[in-house]
Write a protein that binds this ligand. Structure first.
Ligand code: G3H
Ligand code: 13P
Ligand code: ZN
Length: 316
């Protein structure tokens, strides 16, 4: 069942977070739906602009519709990840996306407000939820490069003013994380205390954590042992910190890189161990299962494991 993120956040607020995972193809979709069926957890399916141009807008929609038929118990939102204004309108008007993210966080405050307000008006008229962003994550957000040194944490007063002026439904906040596999060096960390300060200014308002992959050292080591050349210093967010974040109003936690690592590890290990094989369906089947296991583990850390009945009851 495809519902808005707003509906999911009403159930989750303060009690657990919902995992938001990017997908680009059928293999990830099967792993995602299978994993959430095992975990009996709600989910947010994220589609980036990169995914839309890779697989095609219609193809992704068809994959998700087919996966829902195969896994009919699932409850999810289809969400546009890091949209620009034009892509937000396209996703909203498609009637398929129940949630969009307008990311104008690289613009000055007033321009970010103006763009976000336009998207909110368009989306709300069509029953779609809107996530916006204020503050800048380090690393790379799609085509926007933010110098690590300039990455700024979200200012709590600005965040409250931004929500008041835009009417957005949830807010992505910069709290020290960044996208990709190389998040932390030296003293960098997740600023849980900043989330608490933002929650004080915005009580009851859903917050979103981007860049939340854990980048397990064991996964990096396995990829490298199978021919990869990832920097072994790669480091991510300790998933045990999700339990510190969701009581503070973090309702959505974005994870993409960790799924990519599972994918890469499964295929690299298979072709290393079976160099005579060229039937990709053999590692593909392993991937469905490994991806599903990865989702089940994440659901436990997010606190969303076993929450499907509660969500279903709230929706009925
Ligand atoms: O935040 C970015 C997500 O990890 C999606 O990445 O733009 O390469 O699809 P992508
Ligand atoms: P990761 O790169 O940490 O998986 O973050 C993904 C993300 O924030 C997508 O919007
Ligand atoms: Zn992101």
């Amino acid at each position: 069942m495809n519902v808005t993120t707003d509906q999911l956040f009403k159930v989750a607020y303060g009690k657990f977070a919902i995992g938001a995972y990017n997908i680009n193809n059928m293999e990830q979709a099967i792993g995602l739906f299978r994993g959430h069926t095992h975990a009996q957890a709600p989910m947010i399916i994220q589609i980036s602009r990169g995914a839309r141009s890779y697989a095609g807008v219609r193809m992704l929609e068809a994959i998700i519709r087919a996966a829902e038929e195969e896994f009919p118990e699932t409850i999810f939102s289809v969400h546009l990840d890091h949209g620009d204004e034009a892509t937000c309108y396209d996703a909203i008007d498609s009637g398929f996306y129940t949630s969009v993210m307008i990311d104008a966080s690289h613009e000055p405050f007033d321009e970010n407000v103006a763009i976000t307000r336009r998207v909110v008006e368009h989306a709300h008229a069509r029953g779609v939820s809107v996530e916006a962003e204020i503050g800048q994550l380090g690393g790379i957000e799609e085509d926007i490069v933010v110098d690590e040194k300039l990455a700024t944490l979200t200012d709590p007063d600005e965040a409250a003013e931004f929500v008041r002026q835009t009417g957005c439904d949830s807010l992505a906040v910069a709290i020290g994380t960044s996208h990709g596999a190389y998040k932390f060096t030296g003293a960098q960390r997740v600023h849980i205390e900043r989330i608490a300060e933002i929650q004080q200014r915005l009580p009851g308002f859903p917050l979103v954590m981007h860049g939340s992959s854990s980048v397990p050292a064991e996964e990096v080591a396995r990829i490298n042992a199978a021919g990869g050349k990832l920097d072994p210093s790669a480091k991510g967010v300790d998933a045990d910190q999700f339990a510190e974040a969701y009581p503070l109003g973090v309702c959505k936690i974005n994870i993409d890189t960790d799924g990519r690592l599972v994918y890469t590890r499964v295929f690299r290990e298979h072709f290393r161990d079976h160099p005579e094989n060229f039937d990709f369906r053999k590692p593909g089947k392993v991937l469905f299962e490994e991806f599903a296991n990865f989702i089940v583990e994440k659901s436990r850390k997010l606190g969303s494991y076993g929450k499907l009945d509660e969500v279903r009851a709230a929706l009925s």
